[in-house]
Design a protein around this ligand. Structure first.
Ligand code: NAP
Length: 488
């Protein structure tokens, strides 16, 4: 289906390739369509970038690198601060855009705009605080001067699920550190990232700063654009957020140049409810941890591991809350929007079928609705066996499988029974058990009696196959800095 008039959130957004400060058509002249997952209608067409466009963007970034590295940290900070303010001023417009292309409820889109803008404010403040060191060597023979410099041009590859926050979480620290960027946004939701790039482009131009600092190459063929860029020695940094499978492929390509890599990959967050947990708090936390973006979040609770003493009550109470949720277009104020596409709906349903086929019971949801739009009902599955596929794989939908354990040792062991280690959640009233969970669950982030961990000022990232490096916090800047040691 094609819309006859473009909805207002989409009308003014750039839809071309951004190279060296100019929006221009893709080198091959082709475009691809971006659709609204709530209606399946085409929103607009976007330039379909090529390998040639990727290399042109890299050339622009490479050319801008020395001048950008020489810009005073205070001036870089003020640029980022101005971008933060411009994004906040345009909250409604950007939120409508996120909802149009990604489907999430408008209230969540506004929250994502605030969260995404915060990375620019945080890294504006960090830009002037790059650490250094001067000391006498232990043997007293010389002085050691350690300073930091920008790593150089960075390729930023982002996923579709948080199109503003996943972009600003990389652009903010890269620009703060003095690195120009080439962004490859997600094919499904490129528009919000391009709107943010236009804000940065405008602020750079207004200050007469190098235009090649920010470049964007949307494409329907990711590898075609990114592979030649990753193989080019002018690229000095790769920062990727997406699935573990694609991360592995990119790490393989990056190995050729021993490229500096940051990898924010997939998750399989356990939400552990111990026997003594405050169940009111646990159910509230579960709503947040499970349902943000309809369950399509890397830190979304994937497995609810609940002590047998409270499992039945927890599952019933969660199901009662899920039943009260409205499902429909995010722009209309519903609690739960659509999934991103037909494949996502099919995969979620397949995982539910697999679980029920192995003896799980759907307390609510679990039925495929009729179209249009890629909707899936909030679903609670009780009595899920530990070998069900939804316990091992990222569900990426509003499905909460409840797996029962007996005693804290078993709960922690189950939580660790995964190749992932991004986020985890634990509910208990016992401080000792809370500290034990925080230390023994293999995870880069853990919420204790909280269903939300994300914060621009905190180090975000995973262990095991959930990634390498951290974004946000002080650590986020480090990812874009080289350490240079001078012996004097
Ligand atoms: P994805 O399929 O891995 O795609 C992520 C990005 O990589 C997209 O821009 C995609 O382009 C691009 N890409 C795909 N294949 C590529 C290739 N062969 N070479 C170069 N680039 C390639 O992930 P997604 O479906 O967008 O996002 C969901 C996944 O991201 C989940 O696993 C989720 O857990 C993870 N995620 C992790 C974090 C975190 O911080 N750890 C945050 C958000 C999401 P196209 O759009 O064109 O396919």
């Amino acid at each position: 289906m094609t819309a006859t008039t473009l909805p207002s959130p989409v009308r003014d957004v750039p839809t071309q390739v951004l190279v060296g400060g100019e929006w221009r058509p893709a080198s091959g002249g082709a475009t691809f369509e971006v659709s609204d997952p709530a209606t399946e209608e085409v929103l607009t067409s976007v330039a379909d970038g090529t390998g040639e466009d990727g290399l042109a963007a890299l050339a622009a970034a490479h050319e801008a690198a020395p001048a950008w590295a020489a810009v005073a940290p205070r001036d870089r900070a003020e640029l980022l601060r101005a971008c933060f303010e411009a994004i906040v001023d345009r909250t409604e417009e950007l939120a409508a855009l996120i909802t149009a292309e990604g489907g999430k409820p408008l209230a969540e889109s506004r929250a994502e705009v605030a969260y995404g803008a915060e990375f620019f404010r945080w890294f504006a403040e960090e830009a002037v605080r790059a650490p250094g060191l001067l000391r006498t060597a232990p043997a007293g023979a010389n002085r050691q001067l350690v300073h930091r410099r920008p790593v150089g041009p960075a390729l930023l590859i982002t996923p579709w699920n948080f199109p503003i926050a996943m972009a600003t979480r990389k652009i903010g620290p890269a620009l703060a550190a003095g690195c120009p960027v080439v962004i490859k946004p997600a094919q499904l939701t490129p528009l919000t990232t391009m709107a943010v790039a236009e804000i940065v482009r405008g602020e750079l131009a207004a200050r007469d700063l190098p235009a090649g600092v920010i470049n964007v190459v949307p494409t329907s063929s990711a590898r075609t654009v990114t592979a030649p860029v990753i193989a080019d020695p002018r690229l000095r940094k790769l920062s990727f957020t997406g699935s573990t499978g694609v991360g592995r492929v990119l790490l393989g390509q990056a190995a050729e140049q021993v490229l500096n890599c940051s990898m924010e990959l997939g998750g399989n967050a356990p939400f552990v409810v111990f026997a003594d947990a405050d169940l009111d708090a646990a159910v509230e936390g579960a709503m947040v941890a499970k349902l943000r973006n309809g369950g399509q979040s890397c830190v979304g609770a994937n497995r609810f591991l609940v002590d047998s003493a409270v499992a039945g009550e927890f599952a019933d109470r969660l199901a009662a809350r899920f039943e009260r949720l409205t499902v429909g277009p995010g722009a209309e104020g519903h609690d739960v929007g659509p999934l991103i596409g037909a494949d996502a709906v099919a995969k979620v349903h397949e995982l539910v079928d697999d679980a029920t086929g192995r003896g799980a019971r759907a307390l609510t949801g679990g039925e495929l609705p009729d179209g249009p739009g890629y909707f899936y009902p909030p679903t609670v599955l009780a009595d899920v066996p530990a070998d069900a596929r939804c316990v091992a794989e990222e569900i990426f939908g509003p499905v909460a499988p409840v797996v029962v354990f007996d005693g804290a040792d078993a709960g922690i062991a189950l939580a660790n029974d995964t190749e992932y280690g991004l986020a985890a959640y634990a509910y208990t009233r016992d401080v000792d058990l809370a500290m034990r969970a925080a230390h023994e669950i293999d995870s880069g982030m853990i919420g204790i009696n909280r269903g939300m961990v994300s914060d621009a000022s905190a180090p975000f990232g995973g262990v095991k196959q959930s990634g390498l490096g951290r974004e946000g916090g002080e650590a986020g800047l480090e990812e874009y800095l080289e350490t240079v040691y001078v012996a004097m």
